[in-house]
Design a protein around this ligand. Structure first.
Ligand SMILES: Nc1nc2c(c(=O)[nH]1)N[C@H]1C(S)=C(S)[C@@H](COP(=O)(O)OP(=O)(O)OC[C@H]3O[C@@H](n4cnc5c(=O)[nH]c(N)nc54)[C@H](O)[C@@H]3O)O[C@H]1N2
Ligand SMILES: Nc1nc2c(c(=O)[nH]1)N[C@H]1C(S)=C(S)[C@@H](COP(=O)(O)OP(=O)(O)OC[C@H]3O[C@@H](n4cnc5c(=O)[nH]c(N)nc54)[C@H](O)[C@@H]3O)O[C@H]1N2
Ligand SMILES: [Mo]
Length: 762
């Protein structure tokens, strides 16, 4: 069932990209037994007239490369176009109790789901049912609940059209419980950027990478999670742009890159070094490190003023565009270097070296990902990056700005078209007028609140549009038993995963088309649209043969549930929308006239069309009307105190996974082969604890909340990771994270600094 699971741990010295990525691609294509169709589809991937990759949210250039896909994007395509199928016969052979013992890898490797299924508690099996039966069954159940107790979750892959329909379904039903995967991901950005600069998203365009002269890069791993970013990064490095990285781990994509599309590099083995400075700070040490840089810059500016030298800060910008500078400057001046060094784990010399690059640069981009957002003090992290950028006016000018790298291909877009639990973020009055109904006005549940509602029994039902929710959230051992107490669970999915194996009293599994497949409806083949990390919106056309004739598209499934659940509404014809998705886009344009002007005409613009971001042109939609410089609550963002024996665990993605989808057991760049059951550990910590490389240890939760959380038998890998920090793979390690351990305000689970202890496995 599994692929090669011979365990080997060794240093991997090759660059990101290169032959390693070619080999990895060939391996997965062979394993999925994909047909020649995959080659045709790869040639269409991320092209103006093709389909938008189902992997990450990186931008799709107007003038793409011949092959505008990366190793991991190609894996995602092969994964969706696999020749394996999970038919009703599969479920006749396996009970749910048996399947729940399977590994994440084996469940998804079984193949694409083909038929709608209903769980039968008597046989403990899923069995095929008709689509009509499924919709009628779900509708009948939903009608019996208090809508405010029903969760409508969405993973960030579904298109703008599906997402708009799904959010309408929930609100017309009476629920604002519309969390999406963003709640585990970049919600910290949405909250932190919104409060600081008045726009909840990144402020740069892809083309700004051609104009910047420095990049400050925090906690994002491009070689694995957004490999097409390696091309602009390589071009920047070649142009002499300084790339200053802050990351507890030396990630290969940030060190060197060999372009698989460049025959000379491939044949000669040449690669391009990426980072000009690499600072391996402690996990949770970014506020300390950035405070150090700000202190250096502010004090250098104070000195310049004293001697009538050139100012270091952009005072005109600060005066015209910001508030809060003086209060922040006081804190920065008063913070001791010893404290900064301790909290960041970096020596003053390193922090000053970084600050000097910042001081001399004219246009700086700040990049970040989960390394900043998934902490208790995640908002402080985001605010500190903004503070640094504002000191020299680096937001809202060419070649400069905030560049958060989003996760799922349409996660940003889902929020744009109404998938949000926050009433103030959806145009409720407009929806009320457009569709003649009274939408719920009270705040709904986000991911953490949905988990709490399942734990305390107040949630009645869960509907999931994609994702593997129960596996992606924290605290598995506490959550899973409670999940089965739900009255109804419905999953719309392409492949079997663990969440499906925790059925509620009544449970349906609804298989859908993937984005790469032909979506044939009444008016012909349909296109969908998505929004990337740069707020560019574009169309995507699926052309591959559907995995099964019995699949429905996501819009058709959402419409099916809606029609079975809601009273008919003369202002909304669900069937007409499914016949022609252009009508859904018309409706989106009516709801959001400013963002989606001429949506249908514009959606195939090469490179997409821009929805507009006010902060990108220095329009600050904040309370004060200016960009706000915030003082962080604390330099330590972990949310817990340091204590003897307590480690900061960061949960990581390997190079062989897409979230909870495990493609394989190798993590090439980190030198791990054949296993995911490892923990990265620093040499001095190992010596202090009498642990040697290859020993087995257990990780034990150390949150002090009287719950036992234990992950057994991980092999220790001696690794270049800062002292006091550990790394282990997600989702296996999620059981160590308490539900209550999340970012303040944004409620993103704090998966990058989890308090744990280590015990030798007995
Ligand atoms: N192939 C592939 N692509 C993906 C995904 C995938 O799983 N596989 N997932 C998609 C999704 S949904 C998302 S959200 C993105 C995630 O992409 P990323 O944002 O890159 O997320 P992670 O890999 O979880 O972690 C990012 C980095 O944070 C570093 N880090 C950990 N703690 C800290 C810290 O305290 N400070 C700093 N400065 N760094 C820290 C880690 O060492 C790691 O390099 O990728 C998307 N793309
Ligand atoms: N400890 C820890 N936990 C984390 C993270 C972390 O870094 N550390 N990261 C968090 C982040 S950033 C995220 S985004 C979450 C995401 O975590 P997941 O929920 O795992 O994300 P997905 O990739 O959306 O879910 C995979 C499932 O989506 C289904 N699927 C795939 N394609 C489609 C499709 O086209 N349509 C439909 N309907 N279904 C489809 C498949 O059945 C597949 O099993 O995990 C979060 N959890
Ligand atoms: Mo994500």
């Amino acid at each position: 069932m599994s692929d090669d699971r011979t365990v080997e741990i060794e240093d991997y010295t090759a660059p990101a990209g290169g032959w390693g990525s070619m080999k990895s691609l060939v391996e997965i294509s062979a394993r999925e037994k994909v047909g020649p169709e995959v080659i045709r589809e790869l040639a269409r991937q991320n092209k103006p007239d093709g389909f938008a990759c189902v992997s990450c949210a990186w931008g799709k250039p107007a003038h793409p490369h011949v092959a505008e896909f990366c190793e991991n994007g190609a894996k995602a395509t092969a994964w969706e176009l696999t020749s394996f199928r999970v038919t009703p016969a599969f479920f006749e052979q396996h009970t749910v109790s048996e399947l729940i013992g399977w590994k994440d890898y084996d469940l998804e490797q079984a193949g694409r789901l083909t038929h709608p299924l209903k769980y039968d508690a008597n046989t403990d099996k899923y069995a095929a049912c008709s689509w009509d039966e499924a919709f009628a069954g779900i509708g009948a159940k939903l009608k019996t609940y208090d809508p405010t107790k029903v969760i409508f979750y969405a993973s960030g892959r579904a298109s703008l059209e599906t997402s708009y329909m799904y959010s309408l379904l929930a609100r017309m039903y009476g629920s604002q419980n519309l969390p999406d995967s963003s709640n585990m991901c970049h919600e910290t950005t949405s909250v932190g950027l919104k409060s600081a600069i008045g726009s909840a998203v990144g402020t740069i365009h892809l083309s700004d990478y051609e104009k910047c002269d420095a990049i400050f890069y925090f906690g994002q791993n491009p070689g694995v999670n957004s490999p097409r970013f390696l091309h602009p990064l390589r071009d920047c490095a070649k142009r002499g742009v300084e790339i200053v990285v802050f990351n507890p781990l030396k990630e290969r994509g940030l060190e060197k890159f060999q372009d698989p599309q460049n025959p000379i590099e491939m044949v000669t083995g040449k690669s391009t070094p990426i980072a000009s400075q690499y600072h391996q700070l402690k996990t949770g040490g970014d506020v300390g490190a950035i405070m150090g840089m700000c202190k250096y810059l502010i004090e250098a500016d104070d000195n310049a003023k004293r001697i009538n030298g050139l100012p270091v800060l952009d005072h005109a910008f600060l005066a015209e565009h910001t508030t809060g500078f003086e209060a922040f400057a006081e804190v920065a001046r008063a913070t001791e270097w010893a404290t900064i060094e301790h909290e960041s784990g970096l020596p003053r010399t390193e922090i000053e070296a970084a600050a000097k690059v910042y001081a001399k640069s004219k246009a700086v981009i700040a990049v970040y990902g989960m390394g900043l957002t998934q902490h208790v003090g995640g908002i402080d992290n985001v605010h500190m990056v903004v503070n640094l950028m504002l000191l020299r006016g680096n937001i809202g000018k060419p070649g400069a700005g905030m560049g958060p790298v989003r996760g799922h291909s349409n996660v940003q877009g889902q929020r744009t078209v109404g998938i949000t639990e926050k009433p103030e973020l959806a145009p409720l009055d407009k929806l009320a007028e457009q569709y003649g109904f009274e939408p719920p006005r009270e705040k709904g549940w986000d991911t953490v609140e949905a988990c709490e509602a399942v734990l305390d029994g107040s949630a009645q039902a869960f509907v999931g549009l994609g994702g593997n929710f129960v596996r992606a959230i924290p605290d598995h051992a506490r959550m899973e038993p409670k999940w089965r107490a739900l009255d109804l669970t419905v999953h719309i999915a392409t492949k079997l995963n663990r969440s499906h194996l925790l059925p509620g009293e009544t449970s349906y599994l609804l298989p859908c088309l993937g984005r790469i497949e032909t979506d044939m409806q009444g008016t012909g083949p349909q296109s969908v649209s998505i929004e990337d990390s740069f707020s560019q919106i574009y169309g995507s056309k699926g052309k591959a043969t559907p995995a099964s004739e019995t699949l429905l598209s996501e819009p058709a499934i959402v419409a099916g549930i809606a029609k079975a659940t809601l009273a008919p509404n003369p202002k909304l014809d669900w069937d007409a929308w499914v016949r022609d998705y252009a009508r859904v886009r018309d409706a989106i344009e009516v709801t959001y006239p400013d963002l989606f002007k001429n949506f249908n005409d514009q959606m195939f613009t090469p490179g997409g069309f821009w929805k507009g971001v006010p902060a990108a042109h220095r329009e600050w939609k904040t309370k004060s009307g200016k960009a706000e410089i915030n003082v962080p609550q604390a330099l330590n963002v972990t949310g817990f105190e340091e204590a003897e024996g307590r480690f900061r665990l960061m949960t990581l993605r390997s190079n062989d996974q897409f979230n909870t989808t495990v493609y394989g057991y190798h993590d090439r760049f980190r030198g791990v082969k054949g296993t995911r059951d490892i923990v990265f550990m620093n040499r001095s910590d190992m010596i202090r604890m009498g642990i040697t490389d290859g020993d087995d240890v257990d990780l034990v939760g150390d949150a002090g909340d009287n719950s036992d959380r234990r992950l057994n038998k991980l092999r220790v890998v001696e690794y270049a990771i800062p002292e006091g920090c550990l790394g282990a793979y997600y989702p296996e390690s999620n059981l160590l994270i308490p539900v209550a351990h999340h970012a303040r305000e944004s409620h993103v689970p704090a998966a990058k600094s989890v308090p744990v202890r280590i015990e030798k496995t007995r």
